[in-house]
Design a protein around this ligand. Structure first.
Ligand code: TRP
Length: 371
């Protein structure tokens, strides 16, 4: 059986089995120690490793961190929101937040030039993050290509602590670009614990389960590295939101996602074309009800657009009983999307000068990137 390929097309058929196989614990075992959170309540965040280390630090009043990253390879869409929501949950609990733009990884594994990666990162990540309320001044935000000498040196030193066998067994390859990206990512994950950042300290990494191979090997590196007594990083995992047509949501297929920069009319068209769990005729739908598990519009509502549990439960009941038709469900989604996107686009406009000022103030000099 092959491992999960973080650079491949990851589709998880059975989350329970995947958890068992890789030793991921259910989030339920620590949920009562977390703040009330929609993604946790709804089982969208389903798994964790060692989250106790972070929660214990919080309880003791000790410093702890949350760290995650994104590869700038396409637009920022609703499928990306779960990571940011979790990062903010931990930040509200008192964690220091570190956010990385994986531009080296994009270059080495996707052939995306650094200047293009930077532009994507600003337009798609930074502007959306700030529009969604992220405070950049309270965040260690960085590009891998500007991570600083110590960071990049550590990423090389870490090579000492992973064998070729482990690497190949985990990733199915030891291709140079993947080696370089993986080692850089271990340094990313351990960055909040670096001496210059006041480490070691418990750190949680919210990621999609496709990134778990990196988490596992970083945990090995953390326990083997001699120079710093790293705490093995903790992690949380969320379910992937499926694409609007069913199947995988993919950045390379615009019909599969709604981007945060999609116009309202474009977003509505995508909802109109989305796969539903509706029956073939109104009569059949009224009689048997909609198949909610097959309904991608409901999935979007459940993940992000409906915050109130009672309201979501009412929609579920009405849809499953046949009282609500797919067209009516789509109308709800379109209304919510319109409100969300209009507000978000407005917030993006306000975010732009803040982001520009922030980038201006940065002292780092990019690697061969004119900014
Ligand atoms: N590999 C991640 C992706 O493909 C990006 C990434 C780089 C990352 N460094 C990280 C994610 C550290 C989490 C933590 O999107």
């Amino acid at each position: 059986m092959t491992d999960i390929d973080p650079w491949g097309d990851v589709e998880i058929a059975d989350y329970g089995r995947t958890m068992e196989r890789f030793g991921i614990e259910p989030i339920a075992s620590v949920a009562d120690r977390l703040p009330d959170n929609r993604l946790v309540r709804r089982g969208i965040v389903f798994g964790q490793r060692d989250l106790e280390t972070v929660l214990d630090a919080r309880d003791r009043g000790d410093p702890f961190a949350v760290m995650t990253g994104l590869m700038p390879s396409g637009v920022f869409h609703f499928g990306h929101l779960a990571v940011l929501d979790q990062a903010r949950m931990f930040q509200e609990m008192g964690a220091e937040l570190t956010l990385c733009v994986a531009d080296i990884e994009a270059y080495a594994t996707r052939d995306i030039p650094l200047d293009e990666a930077r532009e994507l990162a600003v337009e798609e990540y930074l502007l959306n993050y700030v529009a969604l309320g992220l405070d950049l001044d309270a965040t260690d935000f960085y590009f891998q290509s500007e991570a600083g000498n110590d960071h990049l040196v550590r990423s090389k030193l870490f090579s000492r602590y992973v064998t070729q066998n482990e690497f190949e067994a985990t990733y199915g390859t030891a291709a140079p670009g993947k080696l370089a990206s993986a080692l850089t990512q271990y340094a990313d994950i351990l960055r909040p614990q670096a001496p210059e950042n006041g480490g070691p300290k418990p750190t949680v990494v919210p990621v999609g389960i496709d990134q778990d191979p990196h988490v596992r090997l970083t945990r090995d590196v953390a326990s083997r590295y001699r120079e710093t007594a790293y705490v093995k990083p903790a992690s949380t995992y969320h379910r992937f939101m499926r694409g609007l047509q069913g199947g995988k949501m993919s950045s390379s297929d615009p019909t599969s996602y709604i981007a945060l920069t999609d116009s309202v009319s474009e977003a509505k068209r995508k909802i109109d074309a989305a796969k539903t769990g509706g029956r073939t005729s109104v009569e059949e739908h009224r009689e048997k009800g909609g198949v909610i598990e097959e309904d991608m519009v409901f999935e979007l509502l459940a993940f992000h657009l409906i915050r109130d549990d009672d309201e979501l439960a009412r929609i579920r009941r009405e849809y499953e009983s046949g009282a609500m038709l797919s067209g009516e469900l789509k109308e709800i989604a379109k209304e919510r999307l319109e409100v969300f996107l209009r507000e978000h686009h407005e917030n993006r406009k306000e975010a732009r000068p803040k982001v520009e000022a922030y980038l201006e103030e940065r002292t780092e000099t990019g690697f061969g990137v004119d900014t």
